[in-house]
Design a protein around this ligand. Structure first.
Ligand code: SF4
Length: 199
């Protein structure tokens, strides 16, 4: 199969999932925002991080977020340390809506592949994404496990951290275990060898 045929298949998958997104209470962009804020770590629950993730303008991202706030799906909180910054989170209505997310159709389709095919697919798509992000000079958004700033040596640095605590070497803060698999706007990819450790 040629590279063009494979790329067209990717496009078709995207189109089909996008079309599924119109069959519900929210637009595809609004579903994307709900998914993002459900999966974003504490440093990334902001309109600008969502704009980066969606590869769109801050204005477009803000409109999507405002519609979700008006509909009662998202709420914003001011950071205590910075009155200008906000943190967005899902309300219980947002969480209930996400349980009906049309994107799940794609999750189930991927889940129906065997483990070897899923691993190969993840690796290949990750590589394609890295290439696109590099050539387009866009920031990639990923999780701590795949990030070059992910450190494991925090014991003793802070009184609140235990022997198995992990640290963000970029931000110099401990990473809570429940946040390790969440999306981060400060993410920088490591090379593929490190990724293999987490399959
Ligand atoms: S390790 Fe990377 S992904 Fe995790 S919080 Fe730090 S910058 Fe973000």
């Amino acid at each position: 199969m040629s590279a063009r045929e494979t790329a067209e298949l990717l496009l078709q998958v995207g189109r089909l999932v996008q079309a599924e997104g119109y069959d519900g209470e929210l637009s595809p962009a609004q579903w994307m925002a709900l998914r993002f804020f459900a999966r974003a770590n504490p440093f990334s629950r902001t309109p600008s991080a969502f704009a980066e993730f969606q590869a769109t303008t801050r204005g477009t991202a803000t409109q999507t977020i405002k519609a979700l706030e008006a509909g009662g799906y998202l709420v914003r909180q001011r950071f205590k340390t910075d009155g200008r910054s906000v943190s967005l989170r899902l309300t219980s209505k947002g969480k209930k809506a996400l349980a009906r997310d049309p994107f799940e159709v794609l999750v189930r389709a991927v889940d129906s592949l065997d483990a070897t095919a899923r691993t190969a697919m993840r690796r290949a798509l990750h590589q394609v994404l890295c290439t696109l992000a590099t050539s387009d000079a866009r920031r990639q958004i990923g999780v701590c496990q795949d990030c070059m700033h992910f450190g494991r040596e925090m014991s003793g640095k802070l009184p609140s951290t235990g022997p198995s605590a992990v640290e963000c070497l970029l931000l110099g803060v401990p990473i809570q275990p429940e946040d390790i698999g969440l999306l981060c706007v400060h993410f920088q990819p490591v090379n593929e060898h490190r990724e293999d450790e987490h399959e």
